[in-house]
Ligand binder design. Structure first.
Ligand code: SF4
Length: 197
């Protein structure tokens, strides 16, 4: 396989769709590459495709996807067609559904991460919103809980990264929505500060 670091969008998408670099290719219906504006200012990174994402070929669908869309809408952002400043790009840390929705294994993540790194390099977002314990911990190479990683600006591939809860977790823990809103506000402030600078 050619090095993803030198691929353009069509090459990257084609490589992912036929990828057999880890065992997750055996149980997927289809790969879940990403969705949104390819020069978006905001990038959302989630964990791994679940059953509905595997069926739809799109990240963050179903109830948690609708909650994410509502959260984004409150910030004037959307995954639907819109100018780059208003549309997000959404991807996952791995592109194939782990069987039974188990967490991806470290070797699976290591095989898949070059695709995400290339997506980040191509999009060149102003901010990354990392959603959910698993995505956060794998992107930041940390085993700290989200509660300890929230509230400050991290870095992923040279892009400011804000940590927040996964919408599926928020659906089960409604009081945490206020904290998630604080995280989104921090992301907005970070984008403003970067733009002003
Ligand atoms: Fe390839 Fe990533 Fe799918 Fe593994 S999870 S088969 S590395 S696309």
């Amino acid at each position: 396989m050619a090095d993803p670091a030198s691929m353009d969008w069509p090459q990257l998408e084609a490589t992912v769709s036929s990828c057999q670099a880890c065992r997750l290719c055996e149980s997927r219906r289809q790969t879940v590459f990403g969705v949104g504006h390819r020069q978006a200012h905001w990038m959302v990174v989630g964990e791994a495709p679940g059953e509905q994402e595997d069926l739809a070929g799109e990240p963050f669908v179903g109830k948690s996807g609708r909650l994410l869309d509502n959260m984004l809408r409150a910030l004037g952002l959307t995954r639907e067609p819109a100018p780059a400043a208003q549309q997000v790009y959404i991807a996952n840390t791995v592109k194939c559904r782990p069987p039974g929705n188990r967490n991806p294994q470290p070797d699976e993540l290591a095989r898949c991460e070059p695709f995400l790194i290339r997506q980040v390099a191509l999009v060149q977002p102003k901010i990354i919103l990392a959603m959910g314990r698993f995505a956060v911990q794998s992107l930041l190479r940390s085993d700290e809980p989200i509660g300890r990683l929230r509230g400050r600006v991290h870095d992923y591939q040279g892009v400011p990264l804000i940590v927040t809860y996964h919408p599926a977790y928020l659906l089960r823990n409604l009081p945490e929505k206020a904290r998630a809103w604080d995280d989104l506000c921090l992301a907005v402030e970070t984008v403003k500060a970067c733009t002003a600078g």
